[in-house]
Design a protein around this ligand. Structure first.
Ligand SMILES: *Cc1c(COP(=O)(O)O)cnc(C)c1O
Length: 465
């Protein structure tokens, strides 16, 4: 299996190289050169399969000969053995039609663990064999940072510098990062907003003075992360009757990564009736899918902060596929967007998107009412991101025999204040995190200038800049 860039000018890479690369050198994103198929018989053979077995079957389609079946099985066992639920991503039935797919049973309580636990192991395997080491720099508004730190802490292959905006992540989110004490983990609280921290990270990648550090990223533009997320769509749909019955999914979305994994599952042959893209008031994706208007506004902070995003990096992968994989056409669209922050989608692309995607914009009241509905009518405490997905799912009109699965992307205790405000119930942290609020923290607070951040990374990195 080879990987090509959406913009057509970067080298073709195999799975190992694409995992280590992140962004393509032409500014595009890597995608498989063709979608592999999951046949109805292969899907039927997954009935009764464990999560790990399902993962092994899906991952084998994407790695070519960079990993053997035995190596894949070892990796998935190590990645998913650490989840606190035996089913890894259990389905919970809410009523006759609606289901939750709980993706938060990993070590840091958000769905990002599903991909990052595997990615940490892939990095270690590939880099150890090459005798190489990377410096990972990232900016986080909360969930990615803790999932990446947990996946990489103590690993020889990588050193992690994680920037978060000082005072602007929740206490639980900060402590999940800063209480991980390991020589290869550096937490930096940066004065300013998430966008400021993100701008410092992007500048470090372009800074020639940082070249010796071999910088790399673990954000959701990394193909291996998306690949790992395809698995739970297959796992859930097979449990609900695929390939002989089709299933709809509702996905609370920010960067379009999670829902793009669902699109890939459908392209591979999983019978997906509909993908519902659920946004909060930061609704660029809803405007794009419902009106063809992909234009960035300013970000409004909400109770679902992991979706407070105005440019959805992975949307480029969808546009590439819907534009018949024509890199010249895609490049023209994206360069126009980069310049003006606006893009009007052509009719053929809108039509193809509408065949698979619906979308909804859920405001704070609808989010809160859905949180209450889930608690009062079904006895489930859900987090604000999940509530946005469920609100969109409940609005969608579908045939009566189609089950609708909402992706539950975070544990409610991660966003306890918003959950308590809506339901009157304070969600409890799971047992294995119960000491979190008492553990010692380690982090540096830095002023919000690029020079302060750059100098800290250069002085403290193990690799010479
Ligand atoms: C990151 C995140 C999202 C958005 O996921 P994307 O892949 O960016 O669409 C939704 N919910 C939670 C809890 C998250 O952490």
């Amino acid at each position: 299996m080879n990987y090509i860039s959406t913009r057509g000018q970067a080298p073709v890479l195999d799975f190992e190289a694409v995992t280590l690369a992140g962004l393509a050198s032409d500014g595009g994103l890597y995608v498989p050169e063709a979608w592999p198929a999951l046949t109805p018989d292969e899907l039927r053979a997954l009935r009764g399969a464990s999560y790990e077995e399902t993962a092994n079957a899906v991952i084998a389609k994407f790695v070519g000969d960079t990993l053997s079946a035995e190596e894949i099985a070892e990796l998935t066992k190590a990645a998913y053995g650490a989840f606190s639920h035996a089913a890894v991503t259990p389905l919970v039935q809410l009523d006759g039609r609606h289901w939750l797919l709980e993706l938060f049973h990993g070590p840091t309580l958000a769905f990002k663990d599903v991909a990052l636990q595997l990615l940490g192991l892939l990095f270690e395997k590939f880099l150890t064999a090459r005798g190489e080491r990377l410096t990972i720099v990232g900016a986080t508004s909360g969930d990615t940072g803790s999932a990446a730190i947990n996946a990489l802490a103590g690993r020889e292959c990588a050193e992690v510098f994680m920037l978060h905006p000082a005072g602007r992540v929740s206490d639980v989110q900060r402590r999940q990062m800063t209480t991980v004490i390991a020589p290869n983990v550096h937490n930096l609280a940066i004065e300013g907003s998430f966008d400021d921290a993100q701008a410092h990270v992007k500048r470090m990648f372009r800074d020639p003075d940082m070249a010796g550090l071999r910088l790399s990223a673990v954000n959701s533009i990394n193909w291996a992360r998306l690949m790992a997320q395809i698995v739970y769509y297959v796992y859930a749909a097979v449990r609900l009757g695929a390939p002989d019955r089709s299933v709809a999914f509702s996905v609370p979305t920010g960067n379009f990564g999670d829902v793009f994994a669902g699109y890939v599952a459908a392209r591979m042959g999983l019978p997906v009736e509909r993908l519902i893209v659920a946004t909060n008031v930061n609704d660029i994706l809803h405007r794009a899918l419902s009106a063809g208007d992909y234009s960035a506004g300013t970000v409004s902070p909400t109770a679902a902060p992991s979706m407070d995003i105005q440019v959805s990096s992975n949307f480029e992968r969808l546009l590439f596929d819907l534009a018949d994989r024509d890199p010249a056409r895609l490049t023209a669209m994206m360069e126009g967007f980069d310049e003006t922050k606006r893009l009007r989608l052509d009719d053929d692309i809108r039509e193809k998107a509408a065949a698979m995607f619906s979308s909804a914009r859920i405001d704070a009241d609808e989010m809160s009412m859905t949180l209450q509905w889930a608690w009062r009518q079904t006895g489930n405490l859900i987090d604000p991101h999940t509530a946005i997905g469920l609100a969109a799912a409940r609005q969608e009109e579908l045939a009566a025999d189609v089950p609708v699965v909402t992706l539950a992307t975070a544990h409610p205790a991660k966003f306890e204040t918003a959950v308590e405000r809506a339901t009157g119930m304070r969600p409890q942290l799971p047992g294995r995190l119960s000491g979190l609020m008492d553990r010692a923290e380690a982090y540096e607070t830095l002023p919000g200038t690029y020079e302060a951040v750059r100098d800290f990374v250069r002085t403290n990195a193990a690799l010479p800049a």
